[in-house]
Design a protein around this ligand. Structure first.
Ligand code: XMP
Length: 506
């Protein structure tokens, strides 16, 4: 594997994604807090950083300890750090170096630049520049304005590059990474969904033996893939629990339960609708609604988990971005996560935790799911919030409002599917607004509620833009909703981006 030491750059996760796209396993760790470097670590990549090496509190690390033992690639800050503290000098650049540049000089024979053509476009993003380098450093690439765009420490396998090979604007960045990882570090490109499944299932079997595991399924991608992996490892000793909180999409509980049963999972469906509706009655504040739902879910799940005799483990679909320890720009060591106090927790939360997906990024989870043969309908599903329709009904929740929203939402989503746009939209859903407006139907005046349609494009939900759905499609959906859903006489479309709006309305 490859170790990526993080100095707090916004691009660190992208480096990891690129390495893995080359079918090579890698892990990200903070520069000051990493596991023992043993023989399985074939090479080290040093990330960029918001710090400058000239700052007094610039992050330091134990370069001397490993620079003779295995290949190192310093990217941006990583390159500047090694140069600055080994006989060279880093200075503020006279012109800030951001954006596209071309490698006008490349030392052709250097293995790092195998199959990288002269003039190759790279992406720069730094305020400092390497002004001079130590005697034992050799420049191996330059741009018009940056002489030391890349260097090698002579006689070692330590390399530094000023540009970012991980961004797509660096046209040959992937080739360069492959040269480093395969030719210089000697990594094999054998980390694939199939090899992941094989080693993970074997490791789970070894770890769990004859122990029983409980796992809560949500119908989403992560918990489904985690369940199927565990099922391959321990079969019937995996006890899945799927709770109907009465806030899912129309018919979703039945459909998802059915497809889980077809996959052979040992699953128990629990109808807890009334418990959730009772807890939500009269609540209008979004955070109070979320808390009530979270509390009831824990109670229901705990009851169900108690019905499994001698259970030892809690399975979870946690994925890699949730466990990467972040390096904070202010005070890196202060960010190590604190542990929960286990006193007062429900029993299932005291179980040992098993998280088969905690080394995977979201797109890798989907690939593993596909290799496991999981229903494409589950793998391609839009994200859906834990509190479900409760945060898409503004104000208080009643079963009647839920039923109205489910009907409208089903018409919306079915039309997106039929028009072939469902997979192009990142997330879509209908929202029930607590306002009534006047309409006419035939000769009659109506006074009914409004449904808002929301559809967004996004990569990770952190920022989003509204989708420019075709007018004809919106017209068809609006028509169908107003003509078929009793209680709705008006449909509107949300054209707000995030920020400043959020994706959900509550
Ligand atoms: P916002 O509304 O914050 O949503 O732009 C970003 C993403 O997070 C989802 N979301 C939630 N997911 N529990 C969840 O599990 C929640 O309370 C929650 N609130 C928002 C939302 O659906 C979107 O994908």
């Amino acid at each position: 594997k490859i170790l990526i030491l993080d100095f707090g750059s916004q691009f660190t996760q992208l480096i990891a994604r690129r390495v893995r796209e080359l079918n090579i396993y890698c892990e990200i760790h903070p520069f000051n807090h990493y596991p023992e470097i043993d023989s399985t670590v074939k090479g080290i990549i040093l990330s960029g950083s918001p710090y400058s090496v000239r700052q007094e509190d610039a992050p330091h690390f134990e370069f001397e300890k490993f620079h003779t033992t295995r290949p190192i690639l310093g990217v941006c800050y990583g390159a500047q750090y090694v140069a600055h503290f080994h006989g060279g000098e880093v200075l503020p650049s006279s012109t800030r170096e951001y954006g596209r540049a071309n490698l006008e000089y490349i030392k052709k024979e250097n293995p790092l630049f195998k199959d990288v053509p002269g003039g190759s476009q790279v992406w720069m993003s730094h305020g400092d520049t390497i002004a001079t380098i130590g005697d034992n450093f050799e420049v191996i690439a330059s741009t018009d304005s940056v002489k030391v765009a890349a260097y090698q420490v002579t006689g070692t396998q330590t390399y530094g590059i000023q540009f970012h090979p991980e961004v797509t604007h660096s046209i040959d960045g992937k080739q360069l990474l492959q040269n480093f990882l395969v030719d210089i570090c000697g990594c094999k490109q054998d980390w694939t969904p199939d090899s992941f499944i094989e080693t993970t299932v074997a490791a789970l079997r070894e770890k769990l033996g004859d122990d029983k595991v409980v796992l809560g399924l949500s119908g989403g991608v992560d918990s489904s893939v985690a369940a199927v992996l565990l099922h391959h490892a321990i079969g019937k000793n995996l006890h899945c629990i799927f709770v109907d909180n009465g806030l899912l999409r129309k018919d979703e509980f039945e459909q998802v339960l059915d497809s889980y049963q077809h996959m052979g999972l040992n699953i128990k469906g629990i109808d807890a609708k009334q418990r959730f509706y009772d807890a939500l009655a009269g609540l209008t504040d979004p955070e109070k609604k979320r808390k009530a739902i979270g509390r009831v879910f824990i109670e229901v799940f705990d009851d169900a988990a108690h019905e499994v005799q001698d259970v030892k483990w809690l399975g979870q679909g946690t994925i890699y971005p949730d466990v990467i320890e972040s390096v904070s720009v202010k005070g890196p060591s202060a960010t190590i996560k604190s542990h929960h106090n286990v006193g007062g927790l429900p029993d299932f939360m005291k179980l040992k935790v098993v998280e088969p997906l905690n080394t995977l990024f979201k797109d890798e989870v989907r690939k593993v799911g596909k290799a496991l043969g999981i229903d494409p309908n589950i793998l391609g599903r839009h994200p859906f919030p834990g509190p479900g329709l409760a945060i898409r009904i503004l104000g208080d929740i009643t079963p009647e409002k839920v039923a109205i929203l489910q009907e409208a939402d089903a018409i919306y989503i079915n039309n997106l599917r039929a028009a072939g746009v469902y997979d192009k939209v990142w997330q879509a859903g209908a929202i029930f607004l607590p306002v009534q407006s006047v309409g006419v139907m035939g000769d009659e005046r109506t006074y009914e509620n409004v449904i808002c349609l929301r559809a967004v494009e996004s990569v990770d939900g952190m920022t989003a833009d509204w989708c420019h759905l075709p007018y004809d499609l919106l017209a068809k959906i609006s028509n169908e909703i107003i003509n078929n859903v009793k209680g709705i006489n008006r449909v509107v479309y949300d054209i707000s981006s995030k920020p400043p709006a959020t994706i959900e309305w509550e």
